[in-house]
Design a protein around this ligand. Structure first.
Ligand SMILES: NC(=O)c1ccc[n+]([C@@H]2O[C@H](COP(=O)([O-])OP(=O)(O)OC[C@H]3O[C@@H](n4cnc5c(N)ncnc54)[C@H](O)[C@@H]3O)[C@@H](O)[C@H]2O)c1
Length: 284
């Protein structure tokens, strides 16, 4: 192969043939919770697949840092590229309706439009159900469920005004279908079940407008955060891993393909689906 041949790395121009419908070229994607963890890696997947990206997070400073980093990585993987993706950072507290509207207005001002949405802002915590402070439960539901709902309806209104099709991916969890052990997290599990069924319900309600809504339910993924916790609890890591048919936890990059597929035209006839990315955990 001549030395000037494009590098066949994870991103950039490459020489492997693939369906053109997987490309996100010309699209604008919003990722909530995009400054860190799974959201950040899915945002990276959008950029690698040709899309422009708006990173939304409560931590705007980190979102700004990561936006600059994504563009830098793109430049390295695509030396001499004439077109560089636009990656912007925006503040929102996803649980607050005014904050969500301001954020969407800001994204539209910067990018001119929105085509895709990925809702990854969310968190979990462990309390026995009878000890769980109600204020904390309300906060957990507000971020995981209201946050998903508020972003979805605000982006849907924009798409309907433009009479444009769109695709949304809600990040649920396998916890929306199974009950994790041994950690007690009943409100989180029910929040993620709500996210999954919200995707199905909105998929039906908005099908007439060409808006597709799907859910990705990850299993145990090794992010910087979970890695740190599990390094301190090797027994828990062994226990979890023993329950996963593939015998290992997932890498955040394992979500790049599924999210790109669901956002892209390659999944045109897929709506209301729950795609489990869990190494087979929920099958046993
Ligand atoms: N990591 C896993 O193993 C795993 C498994 C299944 C599902 N999930 C789900 O995936 C999503 C991302 O998880 P992660 O591990 O990447 O988490 P993370 O904590 O690494 O990242 C979450 C991001 O969301 C942001 N955020 C939190 N609350 C917010 C709010 N109110 N408004 C705006 N931004 C907010 C945080 O600042 C952070 O950047 C969550 O919904 C989580 O429930 C994670």
């Amino acid at each position: 192969m001549p030395s000037s041949a494009p590098v066949q790395g994870r991103g950039g121009l490459h020489m492997k043939r693939t369906l053109a419908s997987f490309s996100l070229e010309g699209k604008v994607g919003v990722v909530t919770g995009g400054a860190r963890g799974l959201g950040l890696v899915m945002g990276q997947g959008i950029v690698i697949s040709g899309g422009n990206l708006a990173i939304v997070d409560m931590n705007k400073e980190e979102a700004e840092r990561q936006a600059a980093e994504l563009v830098e990585v793109f430049r390295k993987e695509n030396p001499g590229a004439s077109k560089v993706p636009k990656v912007t950072a925006h503040y929102a507290d996803v649980s607050n309706a005014d904050s969500v509207q301001e954020c969407i207005d800001d994204v539209i001002k910067e990018h001119g439009k929105i085509d895709h949405l990925v809702t990854s802002a969310g968190f979990t915590e462990n309390y026995n159900a009878i000890d769980y402070p109600i204020d904390r439960i309300r906060k957990l539901w507000a971020v995981n469920v209201d946050g998903t709902y508020l972003f979805a309806i605000t982006v849907a209104k924009h798409l309907m005004e433009r009479k444009a099709p769109g695709s949304m991916v809600f990040i649920g969890s396998m916890s929306g279908s199974i009950v994790n052990v041994p950690q007690p997290q009943a409100p989180y599990n029910s929040a993620k079940a709500a996210v999954r069924h919200l995707a199905a319900s909105l998929a039906v309600e908005w099908a007439h407008a060409g808006i597709r809504v799907n859910c990705i339910s990850p299993g145990y993924m090794l992010t910087a955060l979970t890695e740190k916790i599990l390094d301190e609890k090797p027994d828990l890591k062994r226990h979890w891993t023993s329950l996963i048919p593939q015998g290992k936890m997932g890498q955040p990059a394992d979500l790049m393909g599924p999210v790109t597929f669901l956002l892209s035209d390659a999944s045109q006839y897929v709506t209301g689906a729950d795609v489990r990315v869990d190494g087979g955990y929920t099958l046993t």
